[in-house]
Design a protein around this ligand. Structure first.
Ligand code: GLP
Length: 247
């Protein structure tokens, strides 16, 4: 693993995805061992799957318990029926919640079935604050520089809200949904400022497809064109990549 600071972001280039996943899982286990009531922020997508697998195996080995911890997911699709197989709620159950010991009431995703989604978004923002804020946020990056579902154009001061998904994000989601028509057009996402309020942010990016956006995150001008650039200057951010994503 090579560690360096680039444009104020502490960057770790790992020899493999697995090395990165083990390191981050160990950090999370240490965090919750020290602060059992810690609040975590989770991401979905293909990137964090191995990390969640690693957390599940630490839990199975008796080396990690989330029994008193709580968590908030970054985002959730709007306009899908409850229990939809491709909702992030289902995804989180399959990839993490079914394999660790969070109390169900302590796992939060935006309430996309509320009659007023904008109000539900504000309630989500308040719930995070009431929980004491997020200690450690796991974050992936979209190919277009989005974080959560903060698409290009999202400013630094954005809070949890209803957003329209970018075309490229919907095209990427075709892999999961099977066709573009099946991909939702809207979501509720934590805002950029909601994400930046986390005390530690661990950004993960693996594979060649992420090399360009990793380069943009580290070197482009900080702007809403690439919302990931707003991570620069956060005192607790680390970028964890494999050699391919490092370019
Ligand atoms: C989705 C999620 C993001 C995620 C991104 C990257 O749109 N809302 O939180 O980081 O896609 O996904 P992947 O990890 O599959 O590349």
């Amino acid at each position: 693993m090579i560690r360096s600071t680039r444009n104020s972001i502490l960057t770790f280039v790992h020899a493999s995805r697995e090395e990165c996943e083990r390191a981050l899982a160990a950090e999370i286990a240490e965090c919750v061992a020290r602060s059992p009531f810690a609040v975590f922020g989770w991401a979905t997508g293909s990137t964090p799957i191995g990390l969640y697998r690693e957390l599940a195996s630490l839990h199975a080995a008796g080396r990690l318990s989330f029994a008193r911890a709580s968590c908030f997911n970054l985002d959730e699709y709007l306009d899908l029926p409850a229990g939809h197989p491709h909702s992030f709620a289902t995804w989180m159950r399959e990839h993490l919640f079914a394999h660790v010991d969070f109390a169900r009431a302590h796992t939060h995703l935006p309430d996309v079935h509320a009659p007023d989604p904008e109000q539900a978004a504000s309630r989500y923002e308040s719930a995070i604050a009431q929980a004491g804020g997020i200690e450690l946020q796991v974050l992936g990056i979209g190919r277009n520089g989005h974080i959560g579902f903060n698409e290009p154009g999202s400013t630094r001061d954005t809070r949890t809200r209803v957003v329209e998904l970018a075309e490229s994000t919907r095209v990427d989601a075709c892999r999961t949904f099977g066709s573009l028509d099946a991909v939702p057009r809207r979501a509720i996402t934590m805002g950029v400022s909601t994400i930046l309020a986390a005390r530690r942010i661990r950004v993960l990016a693996f594979g060649r497809a992420k090399a360009a956006v990793v380069h943009a995150l580290l070197h482009d001008a900080v702007s809403a064109e690439c919302p990931a650039t707003f991570l620069r200057g956060h005192p607790g951010v680390e970028l964890h990549v494999d050699a391919e994503a490092a370019g």
